[in-house]
Design a protein around this ligand. Structure first.
Ligand SMILES: [Zn+2]
Length: 433
């Protein structure tokens, strides 16, 4: 088993609690004195920095929301003067203003450190050639992975997103061993590979490190089979640091959170109460080493659970379950909570279709209607109406028994659902609220 930093990755729980307590106390002092929004939040809650004496006191602190970042747009929550900020990233929201994040030199070091740990966990080493097909720019995916690769001394190919044919040419000619991109783009690359007549044996690809969107474990199997690699899930969000907040280990039984930098909690998104390990809820993070934009109990809207049991890989860092969806991605269809990833799971379980789908929700006569458009696989593609209807029916029944909702299933011809070079768009909600 290889670790980038065994001191922290394999630390005992007692030692970790001590590290976290110390860093939390320091962070709270800094935000109280340097970020007006935190000072007023804490004053409203009648808490002073002195009240935070250990990790136990974390629960006394107020939550932070994306709206807080919007309200103080662009730099209002930075805890250092702009002269200390050396990098700015931003994430575009589907609604409203972008979320702007700033990094000090120290923050960039931490970021490379956690990405280096992640890459090692995914099997990378100095000899690796890593093709970064995440977009470079304001999005944290590209540059985030980039500096981690350089940190471990592997070779980075800054391919950035898009231009699929060129990506594959590079992958073949440059001898790429590790691919970094979104899982949906990995599948698209596999499809194009076939189209271009590139045989798997012409590639040196061994592993992939995929993230920036929720994906199911069946999707993992599909990617692993199609590309002939090990697929590792990397989790992160720009507000906390970017990719590298947590990472799959070879056991593939949850993602280890880099707890010496980010403390995770799981809460009930409605009541905000803290939930025990093993229970699904909303992930909340507190950064305890970040200088530029420290965040206290930041609500991610990602759904996960925590597991403190010992992992076979030897890492003692707490594991979070693979994120299956976001509480704001959650569709409520006739009162039933539905995540796109649950539908994905069913589709891949049934098989015979390609992993490209679109959920269309509409309201007809005051009733929610869900239509699942899914592509037939090349082998299944058939003009036989009966065969198509049978499969539609099979999926419909499976969705009904697994998710408890009625859906219309429509099989469409291969390659008719739009592909994305970044995050996939799985839902069209036509309902007017
Ligand atoms: Zn592990």
């Amino acid at each position: 088993m290889q670790y980038w930093n065994s001191t922290y990755e394999c630390m005992s729980r007692d030692e970790m609690t001590e590290v976290q307590s110390k860093r939390l106390i320091d962070t709270i002092k800094r935000v109280y004195h340097n970020v007006p929004l935190y000072r007023s939040k804490m004053q409203k809650a009648r808490i002073e920095p002195g009240d935070i004496k250990s990790l136990e006191d974390l629960k006394k602190l107020p939550y932070t929301n994306k709206q807080d970042l919007r309200d103080t747009y662009p730099y209002g929550m930075f805890a250092v003067p702009m002269s200390k900020i050396v990098r700015i990233h931003a994430s575009s929201g589907t609604t409203g203003k972008q979320t702007v994040v700033g990094y000090t030199r120290g923050d960039l070091d931490i970021w490379s450190e956690v990405v280096a740990r992640s890459l090692y966990s995914a099997g990378a080493n100095k000899e690796s050639i890593v093709q970064v097909a995440y977009g470079y720019g304001l999005f944290t995916g590209g540059l985030g992975i980039h500096y981690g690769v350089e940190k471990i001394g592997a070779s980075v190919i800054p391919a950035s997103g898009g231009n699929t044919k060129r990506q594959l040419q590079i992958m073949k000619d440059f001898g790429t061993t590790i691919l970094a991109c979104t899982p949906s783009y990995a599948l698209y690359l596999a499809e194009e590979m076939e189209e271009m007549g590139i045989d798997r044996s012409e590639l040196r690809l061994m592993a992939g490190i995929f993230g920036a969107e929720p994906w199911s474990s069946n999707m993992r199997k599909k990617i692993e089979a199609q590309l002939g690699i090990t697929a590792t899930d990397i989790y992160g969000l720009s507000e906390i640091i970017g990719p590298g907040v947590s990472i799959d280990c070879p056991c593939k039984c949850g993602l280890h959170v880099q707890e010496d930098h980010f403390i995770p909690e799981i809460i009930n998104p409605e009541t905000e109460e803290i939930l025990p390990p093993g229970t699904n809820g909303e992930l909340v993070f507190t950064t305890i080493t970040k200088e530029g934009l420290p965040l206290v109990r930041y609500r991610t809207h990602d759904i996960s659970s925590l597991n403190y049991e010992k992992c076979q890989c030897g890492r003692t860092l707490v594991r979070m379950s693979k994120v299956t969806g976001r509480s704001d991605d959650m569709l409520i269809i006739r009162g039933v909570n539905v995540f796109p990833s649950q539908v994905e799971h069913v589709l891949l379980e049934v098989g015979e279709t390609a992993p490209h789908y679109l959920l269309i929700v509409d309201r007809i006569d005051n009733l929610d209607v869900l239509e699942i458009c899914v592509e037939m696989s090349q082998n299944m593609f058939s003009d036989e109406v009966k065969k198509v209807e049978d499969l539609e029916d099979k999926i419909k029944k499976e969705v009904e028994s697994t998710l408890g909702i009625n859906a219309n299933v429509k099989l469409v011809e291969p390659k008719t659902i739009e592909r994305s070079e970044g995050k996939a768009n799985r839902v069209v909600d036509k309902r007017k609220f």
